[in-house]
Design a protein around this ligand. Structure first.
Ligand code: ADP
Ligand code: MG
Length: 717
């Protein structure tokens, strides 16, 4: 594509405002503004959703009924027709195959096309070829007028396509909608696909060849303006791919640079030195009926070394369900207490905070460590402290357990040496930043509920060091997972009877939608009634999220002690519940859960030495897309493997929740699944910061402005 600016459209730049361009109609401008397109760059940075190969087809005599074709046709005759409906029809012949017979082009509901055509014109036409009553017909084809004997027809055509140039100075005919690989964009309300494609083409044509697109050019040998043209109007598939990779690298770089910058900032800020003799840790560990696994010991050693350094710790603790992350985190908290500071554990939900609280009270019952649970009620913003000593009254070090909301409170815990963020899939990238900005500079340990795909560790968590607990405690029984159709319920029930009679316990999980409190309550109770009818000889309990804290505690205690043999529940059991004697989990409508969530649920069984069984009930057929995830669960119990599959099947937005993922809008998803691209972007980012740590060089001025802007933006006060 050649650049050809005209007198009234000088070269355009990425930040040229759309409303200064005379060729965009007020109606189109309104439609573009409605989707936040204000500049040339805003429009051009939209990547095609896909491409359609509209390169010219072989001569018509070789084509078949139903094929999508692009042909050059000469108009023989034109006029209105009527059958069941009025339509405009051109009769035309293949310009390269005059003996190939006639083709009829028909337009329904588009009266204006009658003004565009004249006999003798050469058209380029794209559409689906069909045989109708023995004739070749293409209905509502896309088209371009290539040459004509009638100047008037050409002018009209030009006007219809939005070419405002005066007659005589028309650019040579260009293929925009036909005769090439054509970009297809997600539709924008109020602007036709054709107009939008034409707009892109016109903006690209008028683009300044040396326009500056980025804060930093990651691939100078492939100029951005060229890549932009290749992206929208590629000559072939390979060119389109090459352009996409160039944009993916640049998008990835923007993210990795910000992460590298943040990491250096936090390393250069002073933190606390934690000196410990492991007094409390030893006290805790000696009271446990088991030893730490070598992997747990290694992680604790890594954390201890971090905490002893004068710079703040920023560490991610990863491990599969049941690998014993909580205990590692607790040891870190005890080191902090011993050295005279408080430690906070931030859980994503109230239920989890309460469970951690109970668990810690139990584990530390023989020590003098103080533990506070802080629950915050959004409605009245009051804080309940379930502890005899209010935090404000004395500032002696303690463990404080609460939800993430603790971070946002005015009376954040004083004297905070360590914050453990139990993220459970809700990764707030800015949360860590909050601490650093707030002046308190505690060590930070982030725990994940399930393993994270490697590419995400390299991007979202690239500013963290990583510790991985890569083994489960010994003596865990095998877990067998099977997919079953509910029609086999009879056999399943007799299996449950046998297991319970052998002394085991059973979870029955249902995907209850939390529409309203009453509906969850009633559907859970119905499920309970059903199972009490089905298994009348056993004692059956109920656990769901809308029960009061006391009810929940009682339900869990009854199940843990074996008073109830079956627990009918919602995904509340996904985390925290820990009953080694429970060996069977029956999951209703298993296909309605996410892969990682199912893995997390399954983690509730297989905790003791008995063999365990996870039964996924579902009616999905093998060709159903959600069959694959159930299949994966049956085949592997490795959380790291499952995370990769989950990511591949659903994409990062769904795995993490787009808003919470910190990924925001991703335009070129290529990089998220390409470790090499991430490594390359990271290398570029680090080499810039190695050479110019404060970004003082003029070439880095734009980067510096961006970073300073990003820091203030991400931390609203
Ligand atoms: P997760 O990593 O899923 O958070 P938890 O910390 O909840 O795992 O630990 C799961 C269970 O394993 C708990 O009951 C815990 O007490 C137990 N556990 C932790 N470490 C060990 C170990 N080294 N040996 C045996 N059991 C352990
Ligand atoms: Mg846990």
């Amino acid at each position: 594509m050649e650049a050809h600016p005209t007198a009234d459209t000088p070269y355009l730049l990425p930040d040229s405002a759309l409303d200064t361009l005379p060729s965009i109609s007020p109606r189109e401008l309104k439609a573009l503004h409605a989707v936040s397109f204000y500049t040339v760059g805003d429009v051009l940075r939209i990547a095609p959703h896909r491409y359609e190969d509209r390169r010219f087809s072989p001569p018509i005599s070789t084509l078949a009924n139903g094929e999508s074709v692009c042909l050059q046709l000469r108009i023989y005759s034109a006029g209105w027709r009527f059958s069941y409906k009025r339509y405009y029809e051109l009769s035309a012949g293949d310009a390269h195959d005059p003996q190939g017979g006639r083709i009829l082009l028909r337009w329904f509901n588009m009266p204006y096309v009658s003004k565009l055509f004249a006999v003798g014109m050469l058209l380029s036409v794209y559409g689906k070829l069909r045989i109708v009553s023995g004739k070749w017909v293409i209905c509502n084809p896309d088209f371009e007028i290539l040459d004509d004997n009638e100047q008037a027809g050409l002018r009209l055509a030009a006007a219809a396509l939005g070419d405002a140039a005066p007659p005589g100075s028309l650019p040579p005919p260009s293929f925009i909608h036909t005769g090439r690989i054509v970009p297809i964009y997600k539709s924008i309300p109020g602007i036709s696909a054709r107009s939008f494609r034409t707009l892109i083409y016109r903006l690209l044509s008028a683009l300044h060849p040396d326009a500056r697109w980025e804060d930093y050019d990651t691939a100078p040998s492939y100029p951005m303006t060229t890549a932009m043209r290749d992206l929208h109007f590629p000559a072939d598939d390979a060119t389109a791919r090459k352009a996409r990779m160039r944009f993916a690298l640049s998008e990835c770089f923007t993210r990795q640079f910000a992460v590298a910058w943040r990491r250096r900032q936090s390393l250069s800020s002073p933190g606390q030195i934690t000196a410990t003799t492991d007094y409390y840790c030893r006290e805790l560990l000696s009271s446990l009926p088991f030893c730490l696994t070598p992997a747990q010991q290694r992680c604790i050693a890594e954390i201890r070394a971090d905490m002893a350094r004068p710079t703040p710790m920023n560490r991610l603790l990863q491990g599969d369900v049941g690998s014993g992350k909580t205990l590692v985190a607790l040891c870190a908290m005890l080191m902090c207490i011993e050295s005279g500071s408080s430690a906070a554990l931030l859980a994503p939900t109230q239920i989890l905070a309460e469970q951690h609280y109970r668990n810690f009270r139990h584990l530390l019952r023989r020590t003098d460590v103080r533990i506070s649970l802080r629950t915050s009620d959004k409605a009245d913003d009051s804080h309940l402290i379930i502890d005899n000593s209010p935090i404000s009254a004395d500032s002696s070090p303690r463990i404080i357990i609460g939800t993430h909301a603790l971070l946002y409170e005015k009376n954040r815990p004083q004297n905070l040496g360590l914050a453990v963020i139990d993220e459970q899939h809700k990764f707030g990238v800015t949360q860590r930043q909050r601490f650093i900005q707030s002046g308190a500079n505690p060590d930070v340990l982030v725990m994940t509920a399930t393993p994270i795909p490697r590419t995400l560790t390299l991007t979202l968590y690239a500013d963290l060091d990583v510790s991985i607990i890569d083994e489960l405690p010994p003596g865990r029984g095998e877990v067998i997972t099977a997919l079953r159709n509910p029609s086999r319920m009879k056999r399943i029930i007799s299996f449950l009877r046998k297991e319970i009679s052998d002394g085991r316990q059973v979870y029955i999980v249902s995907p209850l939608i939390e529409e309203s409190e009453s509906s969850e309550r009633s559907s859970a109770s119905q499920e309970l009634v059903h199972w009490r009818d089905t298994l009348p000889e056993f004692s059956i309990g109920l656990l769901h999220g809308k029960m009061s804290a006391d009810e929940k505690e009682k339900a869990m205690a009854d199940f843990a002690s074996g008073n109830t043999q079956v627990l009918v529940c919602t995904t509340v059991v996904e985390v925290g519940v820990d009953v080694a004697n429970a060996t069977v989990m029956l999951i209703n409508d298993a296909d309605s859960f996410g892969l990682s969530q199912l893995h997390q649920l399954r983690g509730r069984i297989g905790r003791g030495s008995h063999k365990s069984y996870c039964i996924l009930l579902s009616t999905v057929k093998p060709d159903d897309p959600s069959h694959e995830k159930l299949d994966i669960l049956c085949k592997t119990s490795n959380g790291f493997e499952i995370a990769e599959h989950d990511f591949r099947l659903r994409g990062p937005g769904d795995v993490l929740g787009t808003a919470q993922s910190g990924l925001g809008t991703v335009r070129f998803a290529e990089w998220i699944s390409d470790v090499r691209l991430i490594h390359r972007a990271t290398r570029i980012a680090n080499s810039i910061l190695d050479g110019d740590p404060e970004l003082q060089l003029p070439v880095h001025a734009a980067l510096r402005r961006r970073m300073e802007g990003a820091v203030t933006q991400s931390v609203p006060s």
